[in-house]
Ligand binder design. Sequence first.
Ligand SMILES: CCCCCCCCCCCCCCCCCC(=O)SCCNC(=O)CCNC(=O)[C@H](O)C(C)(C)COP(=O)(O)OP(=O)(O)OC[C@H]1O[C@@H](n2cnc3c(N)ncnc32)[C@H](O)[C@@H]1OP(=O)(O)O
Length: 385
Amino acid sequence: MRELSRDHVKAMEERKVLQSFLAESQKGLPPRRMRDSHIEVLLPLGSQPELREKYLTVQNTIRFGRILEDLDSLGVLICYMHTRIHEAKMSPLSIVTALVDKIDMQKMSLSPEQDIKFSGHVSWVGKTSMEVKMQMFQLHGNEFCPVLDATFVMVARDSENKGPAFVNPLIPESPEEEELFRQGELNKGRRVAFSAKSLLKMAPSAEERSTIHEMFLHTLDPKTVSFQSRVLPPNAVWMEDSKLKSLEVCHPQERNIFNRIFGGFLMRKAYELGWATACNFGGSRPFVVAVDDIMFQKPVDVGSLLFLSSQVCFTQDNYIQVRVHSEVASLESKEHMTTNVFHFTFMSEKEVPLVFPRTYGESMLYLDGKRHFSSMSVPVNLRKD
Ligand SMILES: CCCCCCCCCCCCCCCCCC(=O)SCCNC(=O)CCNC(=O)[C@H](O)C(C)(C)COP(=O)(O)OP(=O)(O)OC[C@H]1O[C@@H](n2cnc3c(N)ncnc32)[C@H](O)[C@@H]1OP(=O)(O)O
């Protein structure tokens, strides 16, 4: 049993009492409107320069990893607004991040010298899950211009984070809100379909198989009649040579109330390793253009060792698709368990080499990377100003 601090044990004891506020069915909860959970938060980077240090990169842009952390906290806060019980001092729900469905950037880099505004609301609900849509704007002259769109899925759990808990129904009030709600329903269906076709469950399509075979033929040594001697084509890199790894010790500073590590912290660490991988591969400064399908499969306990491994799995023109795999091991047991898989799409300043898989497993990573790349909203239309 992992040791908990005294404060933590007390907080958990207090939460047990909240169990009585949990609803026995969704029908027992009052419906909410989208505007009930709508929040706007200002990050005054321009007007409060002392805040900047935390967000600053060495290129005088904003650390995207920090934005991921803020989006994660904001998403949770929005869900607490949706499920608020006015009589209760504290929410009986434990809301956890289940999925970062999509983050699309509309601008290449963000200035650390202008104020940022976040806004968002719940856009769809299931029984225990909520889809949250968030937007980020940056001050440009006198106007806040959109710079990022994000869709997260959060899941409500009981007071002790031991089992699922119902959330309030959502009632759309206008045709626009009905469309958002319908989109949320479609997103759920799309996720199920994407996962059913996963290469971990099904063989690649005929077109994908032929892509892989073409690539294989491209790497055969024309001087030998052998399937084994492989040579890299010009301007290409073997996938295994694109790997970078890191290790994090998960200290209590990064924990939430349930002694679990914040999803935002995990995303920041994975993003920074992914960025370094893209930088190392492309040889110039990469900009993140999209993040998708980050699934939080298992919570990470405080005290765990977090192993991150990152590799380029697909490239096209200036784009680099990076996959970061994270797994944890406790200090006592050496057994590793996957907690997340992160997918980041970067754009480099110049054209990047092709990446070639050498093994069957790597070929599946290539196809999975290609599928994620193709699912990015096109055309990616990034403003440079
Ligand atoms: C400057 C601006 C900043 C502003 C900030 C303001 C700050 C204010 C402060 C606010 C508070 C901040 C707190 C931050 C807290 C962060 C939270 C975390 O980090 S948490 C730490 C990180 N996160 C974690 O550690 C979570 C780790 N993962 C888990 O614990 C579990 O996998 C699970 C609970 C997520 C699902 O468990 P599982 O056994 O599968 O559960 P079930 O089968 O029972 O299904 C339940 C429901 O879930 C659904 N669903 C499931 N999966 C997915 C999916 N992939 N995709 C979509 N949906 C999914 C499923 O369909 C069902 O829905 P429904 O039909 O009922 O509607």
